[in-house]
Design a protein around this ligand. Sequence first.
Ligand code: F0G
Length: 468
Amino acid sequence: MHGFKTIIEPFRIKSVEPLTLTTREEREARLEDAGFNLFKLRSQDVLIDLLTDSGTGAMSAEQWASLQRGDESYAGSPSFFRFEAAVKALFPFRHVIPTHQGRAAEKILFSVVGGPGKVVPSNTLFDTTRANVEYSGARGVDLLPADARVPSKRLPFKGNLDVAALERLIAEVGAAQVPLVLVTVTNNSGGGQPVSLANLHAVSAVCRRHGIPLFLDACRFAENAWFIREREPGQQDRSVTDIVREMASLADGMTMSAKKDGLANIGGWLALNDERWAEQCRNLLILTEGFPTYGGLSGRDLDAIATGLGEVVQHDYLRYRIRSTEYLGEALERRGVPIVLPVGGHAVYLDAAALLPHVPALQYPGQALAVELYREGGVRSCEIGSVMFGLRPDGTEAPAAMELVRLAMPRRTYTQSHVDYVVEVVERVAARANAIQGLRIAEQPRALRHFTARFAPWRQSAVAECAA
Ligand code: F0G
């Protein structure tokens, strides 16, 4: 399909799911009920759901057919062996341990390798990953170069880990305290930005020199590999599969959420080479997930993932996938909406700090903007800023590095006209940006507060009244 300007959705629709239209008054009421936390909405009250690209994609006809092939034997199911073979075809690690989703793999891994005094360096740990590192008593350290934290700066591999900073950190804490380095591909919290092969080679060399294992948080590995193929010198003629295998060859293990580039609605895995760690992980798996040949998944889920892994590396799919995200980003950029540049793989990130400069970080400009997108047009997005990252384990609060709102694109789910509608909604909200007020937190848990906190509008006058 080369030579045409329009990059079409490389599929047609066989089964449709109706969307519900709500009125502005209804959305106002739903927002009040939800304490202005979009995670608390009922999804039927959402028109276009860009909360996450995790588990929200459409499966292919082949994947639905795979569900029938699923074998539900407790131990040694053929579904497991198909799953294991599909994983190893891309990531030939010795041990492949299925889990019900990515964070289960993280919990098990960091229960084994984490603990007080340990330090886990990363380009950026995603929220559940950081929480699992910290829950074990270890400290997570994000090592992103300063450039990569400037939303408007266009760099081809803005997910790259700062290698010099990694060297300094290892020298400071000692290699013995670093159980592994975790590179997130693509870097979700930093804007869905890719990591280059060159950077992976450099990080891997540092790790090997110090005897530290390198792990990938590989949720969006195929999108990352596509960016490498598109942007990295000398990679243009390679297949994505080949690039993925090279990424894997530089690492000693991985955690994975099959809800992203597994093209499945649930699932994940932990894969690694180390025999001793694998045994410890399997023992924990049996405690919380299940027997090692199903790990919290049904046989049919394992088969859906196995088929999905074959589809996600196809170039026609990836060309459409990356282009459709870029299409949304370009349309917003043309309308002067500040976004993280370049556009990432799975999402467009609005720069709420730039759009709402009058709202201080701890009045949560990202959350305020996300609320307005829902109020305006029933579009659900997700704050990635001081709500998500601002609360420290000791209970104090500090602004996050960036105040972003993520418009995450479910895979193979929405069409171009849905995206055009989203552009219109964002444009309308941006036009009244200077009238948007911040929020305050009315109620929150001690960790991962973004899922359950309740907010209330920040009213300067009300605060002044209280003070008086
Ligand atoms: N790592 C990254 C980079 C992720 O983006 C996620 C999930 C996980 C790990 C955890 O995987 O959800 O299967 O337990 N991210 C989702 C998101 C939730 O919306 O970005 P999980």
